[in-house]
Design a protein around this ligand. Structure first.
Ligand SMILES: Nc1ncnc2c1ncn2[C@@H]1O[C@H](COP(=O)(O)OP(=O)(O)OP(=O)(O)O)[C@@H](O)[C@H]1O
Length: 314
C-alpha cells in the first residue's frame, strides 16, 4: 500500500472546561489517499475544525498521532508544514501589505525566492490579477478570501486543506475557486475539504467522511454513499401545514417539503395522506436521494438545521 497523504490514528481531543473536560474527538482514525479529494462533513460542533487544527499543528491532540506523507505533525513540524497548504476559516491578514507583498512574504517564510511567476499564476487563476498592488484593507471580504487561498498555495503544497472556504462567498468566487482547486487535484494535489454546502461536496469529492460528535460515522466513496440511500424523495411546495404523521418524517425548508419514499406504494400513501389533510401541493416531483438526504439520515437529530445547501447553484 502506498503511504497515505495524511493519516490520523486514534486521535482524541479533550478541551479543558469548568466541568473537567469536553471530549471533542473520540479516537478518530482516517487515512487520506495521495491524490484524492476528500470531503469531511459534519454538523456544527462535530469536530472538523479541531481535526484540521491538529493537522495544521495549531492544536495538539490529547492522544493519537497525525502523519503527513509519513512525517509526524508534532515531531516533524517543519516537514509537515511544508507539505500542507491550509486555507483557514477566519480572515486573518496584515492590512498594511499589498497582495503581492503578502504573497512574497509568505514565499520567504517557506524559503522560496523568485516566486513571482507562480504568484502571478495564482493571482490570475483566482481573479486577483488587477488587485496585486492593492492594500489588503482595500479589498472586499470575498477578495480577501481569494488572497488567503493564494497564500496557502504559494509554496505549491502537495496537500491542500480547505476549511469551509465558501462560507458566505458569492457564486463567482465559488466557481473560480472550484475550477482552480479541481485543476490542482487533477495535477496530483491531495485535497481535504470541509463544507456545509453538501451540493459542493457531492460534485467535487471522491470520498466523504462524516463526523458526528467527534466520531467518524461514515467513510465511503461518494457514489457508493449515494447509491446506499435506498430511498427516493417526494418533493413539493405548499403553503399548508402538514399533518403530524407526515411532519415527523419531512424536511421542510420554507415552502419546500421533502419526504423519503422507499417504493411506489409509499408515494401513493403519502399523496393520499396529503389529500385527506387538505394540503395543497405544487411543483411535485420524485427524485433520487442526494448527499443531503444521506447526511440527514446518518446524522439524525444532529443534522444541522441551518443551510446545508449552497445559496445558489454552482
Ligand atoms: N477551545 C475550546 N474549548 C472548549 N470546547 C471547545 C473548544 N474548541 C472547540 N470546542 C468544542 O469542541 C466541539 C468541536 O468543535 P469544532 O469547532 O471542532 O467543530 P466543527 O465541526 O468545526 O464545527 P463548525 O461546523 O461549527 O465549525 C464543539 O462542541 C466545540 O464547542
Amino acid at each position: 500500500m502506498p503511504k497515505p497523504a495524511v493519516s490520523f490514528q486514534s486521535v482524541s481531543k479533550i478541551y479543558p472546561t469548568a466541568q473537567g473536560g469536553f471530549k471533542a474527538l473520540h479516537e478518530v482514525s482516517l487515512d487520506i489517499r495521495e491524490g484524492e479529494f476528500l470531503g469531511l462533513l459534519g454538523p456544527n460542533g462535530a469536530g472538523k475544525t479541531s481535526l484540521i487544527a491538529i493537522l495544521a499543528g495549531l492544536a495538539t491532540a490529547t492522544s493519537g498521532t497525525v502523519k503527513v506523507q509519513g512525517y509526524d505533525v508534532r515531531k516533524d513540524y517543519a516537514q509537515t508544514r511544508q507539505r500542507l497548504g491550509i486555507v483557514p476559516q477566519e480572515l486573518v491578514y496584515d492590512p498594511f501589505f499589498t497582495v503581492r507583498e503578502m504573497l512574497r512574504f509568505q514565499s520567504g517564510y517557506f524559503g522560496i525566492k523568485g516566486n513571482d511567476a507562480w504568484i502571478d499564476e495564482l493571482l490570475h487563476e483566482l481573479g486577483l490579477a488587477d488587485k496585486a498592488e492593492a492594500n489588503m484593507r482595500q479589498l472586499s471580504g470575498g477578495m480577501k478570501r481569494r488572497v488567503l487561498v493564494a497564500q496557502a498555495l504559494v509554496h505549491r503544497p502537495p496537500i491542500i486543506v480547505l476549511d469551509e472556504p465558501t462560507a458566505g462567498v458569492d457564486v463567482e468566487l465559488r466557481q473560480t475557486l472550484w475550477h482552480f482547486i479541481d485543476r490542482l487535484n487533477r495535477e496530483g494535489h491531495t485535497v481535504l475539504l470541509t463544507t456545509h454546502y453538501l451540493e459542493e461536496a457531492e460534485a467535487l469529492c471522491h470520498r466523504i467522511a462524516m463526523l458526528k460528535r467527534g466520531r467518524i460515522v461514515a467513510l465511503e466513496d461518494t457514489t457508493t454513499l449515494l447509491s446506499s440511500a435506498s430511498h427516493s424523495v417526494l418533493q413539493f411546495k405548499t403553503d399548508d401545514a402538514l399533518p403530524d404523521t407526515l411532519a415527523s418524517q419531512a424536511r421542510v425548508t420554507g415552502r419546500v417539503v421533502q419526504i423519503p419514499a422507499r417504493e411506489a406504494g409509499d408515494v401513493e400513501r403519502l399523496l393520499a395522506a396529503l389529500r385527506e389533510a387538505g394540503v395543497k401541493v405544487q411543483d411535485m416531483e420524485i427524485r433520487r436521494a442526494d448527499l443531503e438526504d444521506v447526511f440527514v439520515a446518518i446524522m439524525g437529530d444532529d443534522a444541522a438545521p441551518q443551510a446545508t445547501s449552497a445559496p445558489a447553484s454552482r
